[in-house]
Design a protein around this ligand. Structure first.
Ligand code: ZN
Length: 306
């Protein structure tokens, strides 16, 4: 039975998209409860300046806390070399830096075009390597951009090669905007893997903005992808489209993978119970996906065992 790694990114991607600040204690309870449900990797925050994203100001404390949980891989996002140094100092197992395939998106978000961003990636990679920390580059807006529209696949392939040359140990393809469709996922995974080697692309970061998230997961699975990012309750939504969900919903992803007979190591009922922590900490924030009232499918456990 193949093992699929479900990487929880809600404490970073989910929380950075909403204005409300989740108290540190609630974040800790969330992380501990997910780890207890069997989640093996959590992106606990982002080393951006707190003046830009006050929601992420406690990331170093969260890393220190999460590192005390056995069998949990603790990762964080870094926007630049400065963030990489803070991540190493905090003691992460791995870090990832977003590299937007859309130059206009990159300029708007980090005020850097592609050449400047590649120089930043190289500098962050050197810091990560010196600190003995795994270094990944997330190719964001790889499937399309809200500003530029279609992003040419040739460009994604070329920039993927450039990111590896700059020091990326691993890449992920990120559907930041929820534009991906299953055929495109297949094509782009194949093309990037052909260019940089299959072992360097094992992760997809998908959003469910337009409801195609799980269909895109299946396309990724069929191409041999083994890690999927997801957010509990699809927390965060989409800042550009009120009412639309954000990341893949972790519960939905785990339900599907377990039901398909793939091994995640995650207990679905324990995972669903973690939603209570989010609801209590942020009662006004909508949660998406799985309907707890419906319960897991009948004979679900027998199916997993079969
Ligand atoms: Zn995202």
């Amino acid at each position: 039975m193949s093992f699929i790694l479900v990487s929880e990114v809600g404490p970073r991607d989910g929380l950075q998209s909403i204005k409300r600040i989740m108290p540190l204690e609630a974040k800790k309870r969330w992380i501990a409860a997910e780890a207890a449900a069997g989640v093996r990797e959590i992106e606990v925050g982002s080393f951006v300046p707190p003046s830009l994203l006050p929601q992420m100001a406690d990331t170093a404390e969260l890393v220190a806390f999460a590192r005390t949980i056995p069998n949990l891989r603790v990762v964080a996002l870094v926007p630049n070399a400065k963030g990489a140094a803070r991540a190493v100092e905090a003691g992460v197992h791995g870090m990832s830096i977003p590299f937007s395939m859309s130059e206009s998106h990159s300029l708007r978000n980090v005020r850097k075009g592609h050449p400047a961003m590649l120089a930043e990636i190289a500098a962050a990679a050197r810091i990560a390597r010196a600190g003995g920390v795994h270094f990944a580059v997330g190719l964001s807006t790889a499937f399309g951009c809200t500003i530029e529209g279609a992003v040419p696949e040739d460009r994604v392939v070329r920039l993927a090669e450039a990111a590896v040359a700059a020091g990326a140990e691993e890449l992920s393809l990120s559907d930041t905007t929820g534009y991906a469709d299953p055929a495109q996922v297949r094509r782009l995974v194949r093309r990037v893997r052909a260019a940089v080697g299959a072992e360097r692309l094992t992760t997809l970061h998908l959003h469910n903005t337009r409801g195609l998230g799980l269909a895109n997961v299946v396309a990724g699975l069929e191409e041999g992808i083994t890690t999927f990012d997801a957010s509990l309750g699809g927390l965060g939504g989409c800042p550009f489209a009120p009412g639309a969900s954000g990341n893949l919903v972790t519960e939905d992803l785990v339900l599907m993978l377990n039901a398909m007979g793939l091994k995640t190591g995650i207990d679905l009922e324990k995972l669903i119970a973690v939603r209570t922590i989010l609801k209590e900490a942020m009662p006004d924030e909508p949660l998406y996906g799985f309907t707890p009232e419906a319960g897991p499918m009948r004979d679900y456990h027998q199916r997993i065992a079969a």
